[in-house]
Design a binder for this molecule. Structure first.
Ligand code: ATP
Ligand code: MG
Length: 442
């Protein structure tokens, strides 16, 4: 087995070795290469101290990204490569930061501080692959396994708990038994981890192909940093539309929805407000009136707490709030929705509705046809470049002022009336037609 290094990485490793140091590609890049995946970035580990690395790469742009932890980034022809000195982490005082970082001269010591066996495989063209902890065999078994004693490793840095779940979701791996037990056991330690670090891992996890399985099996872990999901667990909906409890239904919707962060988060939160608004009618049937609004409120709270960015929060919340709205295959209405949500937004809303419907009782999946019809009409509107917002209306405020309409609120009203007439197919989106009509309105 060998690994093909990009030229720039090869050059960097050879430069370090040529200067008398050891240097290897390590971490995600070797793992992904062995799995036949294209690595996103390349990390290098070396016996050279940061100062020595800087000397070797005097002619390059060098950024001191984490010099305290031994990391410098060398930019080789536009490609940033992180070079980290072999190190051993000292005591971890708070389940996240080692209180000291000691550099070491031995590769094995550096490899043993890494999180999982599959992330401790290193490679250089001279010596080939070094795999001290059985990483290749675990990759072949599709197994996430801690290096060393799992609960000790999670006590050192609790983020590893979430990294394990992320790798399981994204790579489709199973978590080895003792590692899995320690994850459940140590889950409360995640409380000590900064929201930003949690979010970064969670956002990757949620778009993985295996997200559903991980959400089911490790729901107790997610409930540590999103306790709002707990009421969904095993919550019987007592409604003929549903054959699954709220959490299992939610997990299916996540699996069914498009693999992007916004859609998956919206799927996760779309019914989170259900338990709070549950009512039972005289026939013993459960109802969830107002749950979309309640879900939106909760989603916003959670996402704010997780330090999610504003754009993502508003996109996710809009999907959650509207997930139960009726969307009909009517051209004028679809154009209005396109104007309101934008093309991506509306397509995501339809995708969420489809994912939701697919996770309901089989005899209630009739909405799928309607949603497909809607998509077909949207495709046509987009392909024909039809007008659906003020932006693409053939006249603007200045044109109206040129007709003698004074600047002010009336301009906006007239523009909206014109748009409405265009959306309803009453007027062509054509300048002279619209101006003529505006004359009548003014
Ligand atoms: P990705 O594909 O997301 O980049 P990765 O494994 O490369 O995955 P990075 O966060 O880039 O993840 O980390 C690079 C390497 O550093 C890991 O492969 C692992 O060897 C080590 N590492 C990262 N985070 C930790 C951690 N919290 N504890 C121990 N080792 C870690
Ligand atoms: Mg990486």
């Amino acid at each position: 087995m060998t690994i093909r290094l990009p030229d720039k990485v090869d050059k960097i490793i050879k430069a370090l070795c040529g200067a008398g140091y050891e240097a290897y590609a390590v971490g995600g890049c070797t793992r992904d290469s062995i799995m036949g995946l294209e690595p996103e970035d390349w990390d290098v580990t070396t016996s050279a101290l940061p100062q020595q690395v800087k000397e070797v790469f005097g002619g390059y742009r060098v950024v001191e990204t984490g010099i305290k932890h031994g990391t410098v980034t060398v930019v080789a022809d536009g490609m940033p490569i992180e070079i980290t000195t072999y190190r051993i982490d000292g005591e971890y005082a708070d389940n996240r930061h080692p209180s000291e970082v000691r550099f070491t001269r031995t590769l094995r010591e550096d490899l043993s501080r890494r999180d999982f066996t599959m992330n401790a495989i290193c490679f250089n063209p001279e010596s080939g692959i070094t795999d001290e902890f059985g990483g290749i065999s675990d990759i072949q078994k599709k197994c996430v396994r801690c290096i060393g004693e799992p609960s000790e490793r999670f006590n050192e840095d609790a983020l590893r708990i979430l990294r394990a779940l992320r790798f399981a979701s994204v790579l489709g791996f199973k978590i080895e038994k003792r590692t899995a037990e320690a994850i459940h056991l140590c889950r409360q330690l995640l409380k000590n981890i900064a929201a930003e670090r949690i979010s970064a891992e969670f956002n990757k996890l949620i778009i993985g192909d295996g997200a559903g399985e991980v959400l089911l099996e490790y729901r107790d872990v997610f409930a540590v940093f999103i306790p709002e999901i707990k009421p969904m667990f095993d919550f019987d909906q007592r409604n003929y539309h549903h054959y699954l409890d709220v959490w299992r239904h939610t997990v299916k919707v996540v699996e069914n929805s498009e693999a992007n962060k916004v859609s998956r988060l919206a799927a996760l939160f779309h019914d989170i407000g259900k338990p709070a608004v549950f009512t039972l009618d005289e026939n013993g049937v459960g109802h969830f009136k107002g749950h979309a609004k309640q879900s939106e409120i909760t989603a916003r709270n959670v996402l704010n707490r997780l330090r999610c960015d504003g754009a993502t929060i508003s996109e996710v919340c809009s999907l959650v709030l509207h997930h139960d709205d009726d969307i009909t295959p009517s051209r004028p209405l679809l154009k209005r929705w396109l104007g309101r949500y934008g093309e991506t937004g509306l397509r995501r809303l339809i995708d969420l509705k489809r994912a939701d419907n697919l996770a309901q009782s089989e005899e209630w999946r009739d909405r799928l046809t309607t949603l497909a019809e809607c998509e077909k009409i949207i495709d046509e509107i987009i392909a024909d470049d039809e007008c659906f917002s003020l932006k693409s209306l053939a006249v603007n405020g200045r044109d109206l002022m040129a007709l003698g309409i004074p600047a002010g609120a009336r301009i906006g009203e007239i523009l909206n009336e014109l748009l409405s007439a265009v959306l309803d197919g009453k007027l062509e989106n054509e300048k002279s037609t619209l101006l003529k009509y505006a004359e009548e309105l003014k």
